[in-house]
Design a protein around this ligand. Structure first.
Ligand SMILES: [Zn+2]
Length: 231
């Protein structure tokens, strides 16, 4: 059963994905019935029945990885990144947080970029926001948010306030959400372009490019915002 290999194959990705979902949902409950137990049962059954080719495939992954890009995206559970990009394990170095942010005060996201640029020699950095983003909705609501999420979203809140007239004039909530999603992607791309990690790598001649993409949940389409790479 070449499930993961199929996930990495564009033409068959959807079928493979649904196969996996059905398999997890169809596993009978032998233990406590908790969802994490169900996942472990699925994994146990799946790895036991794995083909020799897939065993070799996974074994080869232990030799190292040479990802082609680093992706910073939202933690939202509806973004199946490998599936919608047709990429296999080892291709994307991924960091996820609420609203796909990079901040100088956030050691986690900056460390991901430092390691991927300096040690993994990744040259393409892709910031992926998405439509219907719950974090963006929280900002649009205007509600006072509890800590620490309030602090985490404060720069997006400032962005909303600065662009409120334009955003609030949009006819639907969905469009307002998408407008702030796109502004936030632009903001994060600009931050990444100004990081010492990126500037120093460029000074050494590495052609670091920073992209801003939007993932549309309802169609699985990725759109490039065509943000200039080194502004
Ligand atoms: Zn989100």
């Amino acid at each position: 059963m070449n499930l993961l290999l199929l996930v990495g194959t564009k033409g068959k990705a959807k079928g493979a994905y649904h196969q996996i979902v059905e398999k997890v949902d169809n596993i009978s409950f032998n233990k406590s019935g908790l969802f994490p137990e169900k996942i472990l049962e699925f994994n146990e059954t799946w790895t036991k029945n794995m083909s020799p080719e897939d065993r070799t495939y996974f074994k080869n992954l232990t030799k190292g990885h040479y990802p082609k890009a680093v992706v910073i995206t939202c933690s939202d559970s509806r973004i199946p990144l490998d599936l919608v990009t047709g990429t296999e394990p080892g291709t994307l170095f991924v960091h996820r947080n609420v609203c796909n942010q990079v901040s100088l005060t956030d050691k986690s996201s900056v460390s991901v970029l430092q390691y991927s640029v300096n040690s993994l020699n990744v040259e393409d950095i892709i910031i992926v926001g998405h439509s219907h983003c719950g974090g963006i909705d929280a900002v649009l609501s205007g509600d006072e948010l509890e800590e620490p999420i309030g602090e985490w979203l404060k720069e997006i809140k400032k962005l909303y306030i600065a662009n409120r007239k334009m955003i609030d004039s949009l006819p639907t909530h969905r469009e307002q959400n998408l407008a702030l999603v796109e502004l936030n992607i632009q903001r994060v791309v600009n931050i990444v372009n100004q990081l010492d990690i990126v500037k120093n790598a460029r000074a050494l001649g590495k052609p670091i490019k920073v992209y801003g993409w939007v993932y549309h949940l309802g169609s699985a389409e990725l759109h490039n915002l065509n943000i200039p790479s080194s502004n």
